[in-house]
Structures are given as structure tokens and as C-alpha cells.
Design a protein around this ligand. Structure first.
Ligand code: HMG
Ligand code: MG
Length: 297
């Protein structure tokens, strides 16, 4: 019962570049995003309105949004009221909030407990929904936390239900440190599908720290998920999650989905052009299978 179409949400410009040691010049980020869009991607996290002291890599967010907002679904991450204010000053109508199931992770990432975050962002979500925004909620540490260990699926469901009650359109369920295995993925997505309204979009967000991400995507497909956050070149990681390496590479996911007869609307050669463009700006090299194959490495 696999789907015939899957949607890729490209997170390279945000999850990818937020974690680069060396700042990528704004003009090159923008060129990278345009090349990604030229490959047929229709949903993308562009950047984030977070504290420039916490994440200097995203301090050029306003310029990136100004140059890259179009009719496609472009997301901007917002952690708090200030982030929402900054978003409202742009033409972008898609907000992505992010909260951890794990309190400790949430403290390290946005300096508040999970409950404190929910109290503060609840009214912000309701306000954005009233004004016609699309709201995505990224649920970090949905499987494991670098500080608290294994996370119970029921705790993930409970947090998802809170966001659904607030009116969120999409839940992106994240394996922040790439520790989940396919059994756990199947179990969690089955639980969420059984208990959440079908109108809410469910998305899987895998980091590939232990090489499990493609297997986890297959397990998600089997559980009825057809939306995936992926990052061109496999860039990514969260500066506040020790042990988190890159997201699963978009090109490897697109290759696998197409080989399985699942359409994405994305051109793999064009996608690889975008990866080749960003490669000189990343300090750790790009190791996705499709990129290495294309480079004859
Ligand atoms: P705080 O220090 O508690 O903030 O940080 P504050 O409200 O006390 O404000 C302190 C200063 O920051 C003030 O400036 C504010 O104006 C400013 P000052 O008076 O000192 O000059 N400030 C801001 N500036 C710009 N934009 C804002 C903003 N908010 C406050 N929105 C805060 C709290 C949330 C700001 C901070 O913790 C933060 O920015 N955290 C972001 C962390 C982050 O970006 N993490 C990575 C993204 S999440 C992720 O990667 C996971 C994901 O991929 C899924 C997964 O894999 O799990 C989504
Ligand atoms: Mg992430």
C-alpha cells in the first residue's frame, strides 16, 4: 500500500546551514535556494528568525526571505513572539514552530521547558491561524533525547495533540539525533495516525547519524507517511543537540523513492547541481551516495 507520490520538504538552507561552522555568504545561500527550487522542490524551510547570538548562521534571515519568497510553501522557523513579529514583517505566510518532547532538550534549544514554550506559543499560533498563515510544528526528540534518552511514544502523541488543538496544520516528527530504528518509527507513526485527525499533515524528519534514515523512511511509508523533511547534500544538525549529524540527503531519498515507483516531482540531476553549488562552502565534505556517484568518487 505504498503511496504513488511523496512530498519532500527541503530543509538544507535551514537545518543544513544553521550547523555550518563557517558562515555561508548570504548571496550564495540565496543562489543555493534558487537552484534547489529549480529542481522542482515545492516546499522548503528557508531560514529561521531565532536569536542571532544563539545561531549567527541565520542572522541574514530577513534578506533570504525577501529574495526567496514565492508562491511555493516556504517555511521560516520561529521560536517566540519576537520571531513571529519578524515573520509578520515579511511576505512569507508559513511559520514553523519547534518544541522538544524532552524538557532538557527544549531548555538547551530555546531556553524554556516544553510546557513554558507551549504556553507562550499557543496564542501566537492562534493569531497566525486567524490571519491565514500555515503553521507547522516541528516535534524535536520524538524518539531519543541526547540528555534524557528514550522518549515514550505516548509523550509524543500528547504533545502532538496540544498542537492540533491549537490549530497546527502540520506536525514534523523529528529524530533529532538519528537514533530511531525502523521498528520504533513504524510504531510511533502508526500510533499518531490512529489518534490524530487525518486533516493534520504528518511529516517525518530523520537525521542520519547512524545510517538508519533510508530504512526509517521505508518504515514511515509503510505506516502511511508520505511527507519527508530532507536536506540537500545531507547537511544539517542542531547546534544544541550533541551527536546530531546531518539530515538524510534529499538526493538519496529522491533516488530511492523514484526507484520504488514513488514520484516526487523533483529532477535528480538538477538537485545534484544545487548540491555541487553548496559543496565548496561546507567544511566537512558531502558524502551522500548520489553525490559521490555523480562525482565518480
Ligand atoms: P533567550 O536568551 O531566552 O531569549 O533565548 P530572550 O527572550 O531572553 O532574549 C534575549 C535576546 O535575544 C534579546 O536581545 C532578544 O531581543 C533576542 P538583546 O536584548 O540581548 O539584544 N531575541 C531574538 N532576536 C531575534 N529573533 C528572535 C529573538 N528572540 C529573542 N526570535 C531564544 C531564547 C528562543 C531566542 C533562543 O534560545 C534561540 O534563538 N534559540 C534558537 C535555537 C535554534 O535555532 N535551534 C535550531 C533550530 S531547532 C532544530 O534544528 C530541530 C529541528 O530540525 C527538528 C529536529 O531535528 O529535532 C527543527
Ligand atoms: Mg533537524
Amino acid at each position: 500500500n505504498l503511496p504513488t507520490h511523496a512530498t519532500i520538504i527541503e530543509v538544507g538552507a535551514r537545518d543544513g546551514l544553521q550547523n555550518e561552522k563557517q558562515l555561508v555568504p548570504t548571496a550564495d545561500k540565496i543562489a543555493f535556494i534558487h537552484k534547489l527550487k529549480a529542481s522542482g522542490l515545492v516546499e522548503m524551510e528557508l531560514t529561521s528568525f531565532v536569536s542571532p547570538k544563539w545561531v549567527p548562521q541565520m542572522s541574514d534571515a530577513a534578506t533570504v526571505i525577501e529574495q526567496c519568497t514565492d508562491q511555493l510553501r516556504n517555511f521560516v522557523l520561529v521560536p517566540n513572539e519576537k520571531g513571529v513579529e519578524r515573520l509578520r514583517a515579511t511576505a512569507c505566510k508559513n511559520a514553523a514552530f519547534f518544541v522538544g518532547v524532552s524538557n532538557t532538550f527544549n531548555q538547551k534549544n530555546i531556553n524554556a521547558t516544553t510546557e513554558e514554550s507551549l504556553q507562550k506559543i499557543g496564542p501566537l499560533i492562534e493569531g497566525l491561524k486567524a490571519d491565514g498563515y500555515f503553521v507547522r510544528a516541528c516535534i524535536s526528540t520524538s524518539f531519543y533525547c541526547p540528555y534524557e534518552g528514550k522518549i515514550e511514544p505516548r509523550a509524543v502523541l500528547a504533545l502532538c495533540e496540544r498542537f492540533v488543538a491549537l490549530g497546527a496544520d502540520e506536525l514534523s516528527i523529528a529524530d533529532t539525533i538519528g537514533m530511531a530504528n525502523p521498528f520504533e518509527v513504524y510504531e510511533l507513526f502508526t500510533l499518531l495516525k490512529e489518534n490524530l485527525p487525518p486533516s493534520v499533515l504528518l511529516t517525518a524528519h530523520f537525521h542520519d547519524t547512524r545510517g538508519m534514515a533510508l530504512a526509517n523512511i521505508t518504515a514511515s511509508l509503510q505506516a502511511g507517511i508520505s511527507r519527508f523533511d530532507t536536506s540537500a547534500g545531507g547537511l544539517g544538525g542542531c547546534p544544541f543537540a550533541p551527536g546530531a549529524t546531518g539530515n538524510v540527503a534529499t538526493e538519496d531519498v529522491v533516488y530511492m523513492l523514484h526507484a520504488m515507483g514513488i514520484d516526487t516531482g523533483i529532477s535528480l540531476p538538477k538537485l545534484l547541481e544545487a548540491v555541487a553549488y553548496i559543496e565548496p562552502f561546507v567544511t566537512h565534505g558531502i558524502a551522500s551516495r548520489q553525490f559521490l556517484l555523480a562525482q565518480n568518487k
